[in-house]
Ligand binder design. Structure first.
Ligand code: WT7
Length: 676
């Protein structure tokens, strides 16, 4: 079954006009010291040397047993990188640094409360704590390779520790963003059939203590009601020795990870090597249908890709002080706070809170104090910091040499503030484009080699063959001035192994949409993003073509939001669209139609809003819930989300004569006018 793009979003094939920005050379001081400084890299990884060129990636890792081939492509699109090779992810992220760099800081934990001390955690200490927890998972709970454990932790050292403890034993971890609700957490526990849940009593965010354990209780019950009974919930304490949640510990469910219990485990776990294509983790992501998909990443290919891109794109070197402000609960944090930087041997900042707490100068203070040279964040965070503290970067002097961004398009104006004010014009800016599914970067400049171009994600990285296709499967040449679907033409090591328990969905979602016309026999990876390529090969991302809404750089599925709305009694239909927001890029705007007998009221809107935040989390909170008598539909009964979007953005809605209910349009216009 192939999933056709919804009627929600950007149409590929349309001509798009935008002012081509001038290219800017990276500062010579940066270029002189950049690791990736040789164009030969493109030759090594060119199609002429595919797949052998990727030996370079494997060589960045420590293997316990050599691989038999670089790539097994006998069963496309299920590619297997470095088959037969055996390695352990924690040997690569921890053990291999211990001889020379045991005392190097792996993480500076920065609590949100500025009066709480910053705690450094060295590679040696991190390795010890990983072994300790791995010992508990193995000896007390009998967990073994291939089992799944769900982790629901905020931005605290216990989060990477828990992930790595799993990785050491070959347990597949599935981290759920701490902001997700108990219900959303429960769904993921069910889908992954996790044996344990690892959580914490609470944490600080935006100056407030948030009770977190309560979500574990909800998730435990939700999962049990669907037949997945967790064997235990491991509860860490934000302040060790002081349990602070209002949710009482439950016998037979919770195990408090007290300092005493942890100290009893003095294990040194021998790192067993696993086959390169065993699972390392599952990361759930929203897609074209209601249920979030479990993106399963493997060990060897994934780790080689995040290590190589941390080095070539982020220019991370051993011992560099680096800060990625993303949350580890998303793929950015997995790849570029945990696996990539640790594999390189860098020193990372792990910050608990929101960037603008207590004021918009906080990130620059932290960066100055810890000597951060490389900063990685999202356009949303940059917009918010700029809005609240346009001059704040001038009060501090962090030694930035590279500034990275990820997650959504960055408009040239925001880019310039990042470059001129945050970087004082002395740091190179890299805009990295990729997805949960792709493991690591796909498009970006190599900052030691390529010029920057504000608003463009840059060219494809060495080893990535990216191109734009129209819906008939025709390749659009660079500089065509037309938008199309961004496709990757050959596999690369970071590509996920598949969707957890659903190989057919992996094939149909990513590899069937572009099996059109001349591409019938090829296996083009479909990103579901519309993009354009200018004559110099740089890509500009326009947005998703499926019904995914990108809120502050995070993917939300329209179907998930709509089905949450439909759980409210009296709601007959729901349609959600992305609505432009000056900080977050987009926020969900929800239209609902009520059943006969249910009248439009503030109460109904509020219930719908509550249902959405409860089922997904506050990140999905709609800008507004607009009650309409009728949603515009095609004659075949499909809700016209694209039309709603045009109306909301005050754009020409186009031909309305094909609608089954054209009269709905005026009513919606009226309601939208009241909203603004
Ligand atoms: C979607 C993937 C990649 C880690 C964070 C998000 C959008 C991502 C960029 C960028 C324009 C971008 C795309 C993509 N996106 N990076 N540099 N410029 N758009 O991971 O949650 O899997 O979302 O984010 O639409 O498909 P994700």
């Amino acid at each position: 079954m192939s999933e056709t793009p919804e009627d929600g979003a950007i149409e590929p094939g349309i001509s798009v006009h935008w002012r081509e920005e001038a290219r800017i050379d990276p500062p010579p001081a940066f270029v002189r010291q950049a690791t990736a400084h040789d164009r030969k890299l493109f030759e090594t990884l060119s199609s002429a040397h595919f797949p052998e060129g990727f030996r370079r990636h494997a060589a960045l890792l420590q293997w316990d047993h050599p691989f038999e081939a670089v790539l097994d492509q006998t069963n496309p699109p299920f590619y297997r990188w470095f088959p037969g090779g055996r390695l352990n992810a924690t040997v690569n992220t921890l053990d291999r640094h211990l001889r020379e760099a045991r005392d190097r800081v792996a993480y500076y934990f920065v609590p949100e409360d500025e009066s709480e001390d910053i705690t450094p955690l060295t590679y040696g200490e991190l390795a010890e704590r990983v072994n300790q927890l791995a010992g508990i998972l193995r000896d007390r709970f009998g967990c073994k390779a291939g089992d799944r454990i769900t982790i629901h932790l905020p931005m605290v050292p216990e989060l990477p520790i828990a992930m790595l403890a799993c990785a050491r034993l070959g347990i597949i971890h599935t981290v759920v963003f701490s902001g997700f609700s108990g219900k959303a957490l429960g769904n993921r526990i069910v889908d992954s059939e996790s044996r344990l849940l690892i959580t914490m009593d609470g944490y600080y965010r935006n100056g407030q203590w948030l009770d977190h354990k309560v979500k574990a209780d909800e998730a435990y019950l939700a999962a049990a009601s669907e037949g997945v009974r967790l064997e235990a919930v491991l509860v860490f304490e934000r302040h060790p020795g002081h349990y602070r949640s209002a949710s009482a510990l439950r016998d037979g469910q919770d195990v408090l990870m007290t300092p005493h219990l942890l100290d009893q485990s003095r294990s040194r776990i021998d790192a067993v090597p696993f086959e390169s294509n065993e699972g390392l983790f599952i990361m759930y992501s929203s897609g074209t249908t209601g249920r979030p998909k479990g993106c399963l990443h493997g060990i060897g290919g994934y780790l080689s890709w995040v290590t190589a891109t941390s080095r070539d794109v982020l220019d991370l070197k051993p011992g560099d002080v680096y800060w990625c402000m993303a949350d580890i609960g998303w793929i950015t944090g997995h790849s570029y706070i945990v696996y990539g930087p640790l594999s390189i041997g860098a020193t990372s900042v792990l910050y608990e809170g929101v960037p603008n707490f207590p004021d918009a100068g906080r990130p620059w203070r932290i960066a100055e104090k810890l000597g951060v040279e490389i900063l990685h964040t999202s356009p949303t965070a940059i917009r918010a910091l700029r809005r609240e503290g346009p001059d704040a970067p001038h009060r501090y002097h962090p030694p930035f040499r590279l500034l990275a961004t990820v997650g959504e398009p960055i408009e040239p104006e925001t880019w310039r503030w990042y470059h001129d004010e945050v970087g004082h014009g002395k740091a190179v800016v890299v805009d990295t484009y990729w997805q949960t599914e792709t493991g690591g970067h796909l498009l970006s400049i190599l900052p030691g080699l390529d010029p920057m171009k504000p608003g463009s994600a840059g060219p494809a990285l060495p080893g990535i063959e990216a191109a734009i296709y129209d819906t008939e499967g025709r390749r659009l040449a660079p500089g065509s001035g037309r938008a199309g679907i961004l496709a990757i033409e050959r596999p690369w090591p970071g590509l996920m192994l598949g969707i957890w328990k659903d190989p057919a969905r992996f094939r149909s979602t990513y590899f069937e949409p572009l099996k059109r016309g001349a591409q019938q026999d090829r296996w083009l990876y479909c990103t579901h993003d519309a993009a354009m390529q200018s004559a110099d090969g740089y890509f500009r991302i326009l947005g998703r073509t499926d019904d995914v809404i990108n809120v502050a750089g995070h993917r939300l599925g329209s179907k998930e939001i709509e089905s949450a709305a439909l759980t409210v009694p009296g709601i007959a239909e729901a349609a959600v669209i992305p609505y432009p927001d000056p900080v977050k890029g987009h926020v969900p705007l929800l239209f609902v139609a009520t059943r006969p007998g249910t009248s439009a009221s503030k109460g109904i809107s509020r219930s719908v809003e509550a249902a959405v935040t409860e089922s997904i989390g506050p990140i999905a909170r709609p800008k507004a819930v607009l009650i309409v008598s009728d949603l515009p539909k095609t004659r075949s009964g499909k809700i016209m989300r694209r039309l709603l979007r045009a109306l909301a953005e005050n754009q020409d809605p186009g031909d309305l004569t094909t609608l089954a209910n054209p009269e709905s349009v005026d009513a919606i216009r009226g309601i939208l006018r009241q909203m603004s």
